[in-house]
Design a binder for this molecule. Structure first.
Ligand code: SF4
Ligand code: SF4
Length: 452
């Protein structure tokens, strides 16, 4: 154990306001992991919300863990210390339950690195009775968890607030009954919004596409996304105030969730339907709480920052059947935008490296066969080992990137439902081809199937 590491984690906690620390042994421990740095993770309001939700149960102590920076990882390795949580500096492998919040595909590499450095068996099938249960939630788990299927025991589909409560109730009850791991997972798979990938095995056709999924008969044919109907039950705001975030000491308050504009390229618009707002009274309450923390208010400047990313046709959008544009095409378009906008004063253009977008695209639209590629890449240093790992496993990225998917094809994410049928997306796809407009969500609308 490295005292330097322990001390630096303690210093981080000491610089925070609002942290919930419980004495080890006083509650059931659970690790909440954000597979990126403290700075990135603590800037994510979703992480604050779920941290508070879990701790508010009264029986669970939620401890956070983030990906350390390169220098600190070196210190962990040098001292042979397993990754430690922030609150009580406990080794990751000691937690019976580990939950990852996954917001970005590129963090899949970090997720595996954290399991490895936390000394948790990485492959779910190799974890035995005494090993931790590894679950994932967040946008990536919701729209396509398949590339991570080999490494996770369960996935939370949709908004985690209510699912996590049902999950923990059922999990603790199963532990009390002494259920073996497999039976416990079968029981968890009965909860609406919980997907247990091992009970859905893909069968591949000769052309490499998925022919069908073979499912254990006792698990649901489709796992439905859960979402909160009444946001009033869940005020959503900063829980831990720290200066080490994108927003510095700012106190974030969620005003609305979901978007009803129906932009056909937007995964968030489809996977977080329908649009909901917090009441004014609730927002006023949150503002009062912000004042207790003496949190700052930030004012935006008059300049404009434009962030341009290559288009990735995402699952559960009407464009999910489309191939991605070639790297040459994307690069020349980006170059054109950059040179045109350069001449304009006050406009800052941020352009993502197209190379990374192609890895992201394979992972966003990929299937379970990418698990072995990820594992090999992580063993040889992470993202930089990706190309080599694809080669080693004879996986052709073009298959995932440039192949138009057949309208009748089984897609990797077909075990999940966002609340609307494939036929709805297909109709929207055809509307887009015909250049037809779709009106936004409106009161009383039952169009897509999300609102019952
Ligand atoms: S649906 Fe459109 S307006 Fe709404 S979040 Fe997506 S891109 Fe933005
Ligand atoms: S049913 Fe209508 S209002 Fe509800 S999410 Fe779908 S399109 Fe929007």
């Amino acid at each position: 154990m490295s005292w330097y590491l322990k001390e630096s984690l303690q210093k981080t906690v000491a610089a925070e306001q609002g942290t919930l620390v419980y004495a080890p042994g006083s509650r059931r421990p659970m690790a909440l992991v954000y597979p990126n740095t403290y700075h990135v993770g603590m800037s994510n309001l979703g992480l604050h919300i779920i941290y508070e939700q879990i701790n508010s149960r009264g029986d669970t102590a939620c401890e956070r863990l983030f990906l350390p920076d390169k220098k600190t990882i070196g210190e962990y390795s040098r001292t042979n210390t397993p990754l430690l949580t922030l609150e009580n500096q406990l080794p990751l492998y000691e937690f019976p339950l580990i939950a990852f919040a996954v917001s970005f595909e590129m963090d899949y590499f970090n997720l595996l690195t954290i399991l490895m450095l936390g000394k948790v068996p990485m492959v779910a099938a190799e974890r035995g009775e005494g090993d931790p249960l590894v679950i994932i939630g967040g946008p990536c788990a919701t729209f396509n968890p398949e590339p991570l299927a080999d490494f996770v025991d369960a996935c939370i589909i949709g908004e985690g607030e209510e699912v996590m409560q049902d999950f923990l109730d059922s999990y603790y009850d199963s532990l009390q009954q002494g259920l073996p791991r497999e039976e416990l997972l079968l029981r968890l798979a009965q909860i609406e919004g919980v997907y247990v990938p091992r009970f859905y095995q893909p069968v591949y056709a000769a052309d490499g596409s998925i022919e069908r999924y073979e499912r254990q008969s006792v698990v649901p044919a489709k796992v439905n996304r859960r979402y909160i109907k009444d946001l009033g039950k869940y005020p959503a705001q900063t829980v831990i105030v720290t200066s080490e975030t994108e927003f510095k000491d700012m106190y974030l308050i969620e005003v609305a969730r979901g978007c009803g504009r129906h932009c056909r390229f937007c995964m968030a618009g489809y996977c977080f339907r329908n649009p909901r707002v917090h009441s004014l009274a609730q927002i006023a309450e949150s503002v009062k709480r912000a004042k207790l923390f003496k949190a700052k208010v930030g004012l935006m400047g008059a300049s404009l920052t434009l962030s341009i990313n290559p288009f990735i046709p995402k699952p559960f959008t009407p464009f999910q059947w489309l191939p991605m544009a070639s790297m040459e095409e994307v690069s020349s378009s980006l170059k054109y935008i950059q040179t045109t906008l350069k001449k304009r004063k006050g406009v800052e253009v941020l352009i993502e490296q197209p190379k990374e977008a192609y890895i992201q695209s394979v992972l966003a639209r990929g299937d379970r066969r990418l698990g072995q590629v990820l594992l090999t890449a992580v063993a040889s240093g992470g993202v930089k080992g990706w190309k080599q790992a694809l080669k080693a496993h004879k996986v052709d990225e073009k298959f995932y990137l440039y192949r138009p998917r057949g309208e009748a094809e089984v897609l990797p994410w077909d075990n999940l439902s966002m609340g609307f049928d494939k036929s709805y997306l297909l109709a929207e796809y055809h509307q887009a081809q015909d250049e037809k407009y779709t009106p936004p969500c409106s009161a009383g609308c039952k169009r897509c199937g999300v609102c019952q």
